[in-house]
Ligand binder design. Structure first.
Ligand code: ATP
Ligand code: MG
Length: 184
């Protein structure tokens, strides 16, 4: 008999509070695009995507991430965008704050240190608002300010297969900023 390995599909994200979720959902409805709205309770900004890993790896990710410290991150979400290849339309920031870049890089390193093979695509922070998009118009918007103070590890689906989200762990960003590359 083969050993049963518990697989989990997981990702790290910044997690909006309920007030911001309402505003994001309203923007999503107004976006001139087709496709399917992301459910408001799923809205997030992905920081790192380990994908499908064993439960042992998830435990390692959680203990390493718990050692991270960081201050709340201010993000100005100021434009709509579209990834035609993955057919998602999103809300993004024309400036990536260095603290956000540093947090994503720290999580990327934590994933690698936990034995996860990560792809090397550059970090492109965005909040996906619609999926299965074939028609999209990038109209200007009124910027939304986000003081992101909650980082989470989400399991999306079960047994490594995509599905409903489950919050595995949540951390508050408080205290001094995470130091990034080149800083002391
Ligand atoms: P479903 O796949 O069931 O439609 P989902 O896309 O919300 O749901 P996941 O596929 O687990 O769930 O993805 C979770 C988050 O990680 C999403 O924001 C997704 O865009 C992002 N993501 C998925 N694959 C990658 C990847 N290879 N690199 C970076 N981010 C990714
Ligand atoms: Mg997906």
């Amino acid at each position: 008999m083969t050993d049963h390995i518990n697989l989990q599909r997981v990702f790290f994200a910044l997690w909006p509070d309920d007030g911001l979720r309402v505003r994001l959902a309203a923007l999503a409805r107004r976006m001139p695009a087709d496709g399917r709205l992301v459910p408001p309770e799923h809205l997030h900004l992905t920081l790192a995507f380990p994908g499908t890993v064993s439960s042992e790896v998830v435990a390692g990710l959680i203990s390493r991430a718990a050692a991270l410290r960081g201050a709340p991150i201010h993000l100005r979400l100021d434009h709509f965008g579209h990834f035609p290849g993955s057919r998602v339309a999103w809300l993004g920031s024309s400036k990536t704050p260095p603290e956000l870049q540093a947090l994503a890089a720290s999580l990327q390193r934590i994933c690698r240190d936990s034995g996860v093979r990560m792809d090397d695509r550059p970090f492109r922070p965005h909040v996906t608002l619609r999926r299965f998009v074939t028609r999209f118009e990038p109209v200007p918007i009124e910027p939304l300010d986000w003081w992101a103070d909650r980082m989470v590890l989400i399991e999306s689906g079960q047994g490594g297969h995509p599905g409903p989200y489950r919050l595995l762990r949540s951390w508050t960003l408080e205290g001094p900023a995470i130091t990034g590359p080149g800083s002391a």
